[in-house]
Design a protein around this ligand. Structure first.
Ligand code: ZN
Length: 167
């Protein structure tokens, strides 16, 4: 399929390099696997998805994403220390890791591991990149129509039909 552009119901694959305001590289797919997402499903930050919309294979461009269209503004009381003992012994805990904490209202909230302090794990409800202006360098690698199954799941399954998702 050629000629498709990024739009709802299409799987878009792209290479990217993400820099912060200082020009330091935060993350990059260069030299590795490109990233794929199902357009219109919130699989990538809104500010980036908006700019990718309408682009096709081979398009290269830069996107600046403000915090509100990225990982949000920094909110809340800040990192909280939780004893390492509160986590299962066999659970590997790494900085930047995301997990979900159950709440009384029933909706689990996402939290991220911000670091470590003695025997404690520092967790925060802010994404590690909250408050950051994101500077993306993007190159579209492929655009294809999503399968019915992918649309039902809300995410792409990858070229081999398995993908990297847990079901
Ligand atoms: Zn799936």
């Amino acid at each position: 399929m050629t000629g498709l552009t990024a739009a709802d119901g299409n799987v878009v694959t792209f290479h990217y390099t993400l820099r912060d305001d200082d020009g330091d590289i935060i993350d990059s797919s260069a030299g590795g696997e490109p990233l794929d997402y199902l357009h219109g499903q919130g699989g990538i930050v809104p500010g980036l998805e908006k700019e990718i919309a309408g682009k096709g294979v081979g398009d290269k461009f830069n996107v600046k994403v403000e915090p509100k269209d990225g990982y949000g503004e920094v909110a809340g009381p800040g990192p909280r220390a939780v004893p390492r003992d509160a986590f299962p012994d066999d659970m590997e805990i790494e900085e930047g890791m995301q997990f979900f904490v159950p709440t009384k209202s029933g909706d689990p909230v996402p939290v991220w591991v911000m670091g470590f302090q003695g025997k404690d794990v520092l967790i925060d409800t802010n994404h590690p990149l909250a408050g950051e202006t994101l500077h993306f360098e993007v190159e579209i690698v492929s655009v294809r129509a999503a399968t019915k199954e992918e649309i039902a799941h809300g995410h792409p399954h990858g070229p081999d039909g398995h993908g990297h998702h847990h079901h």
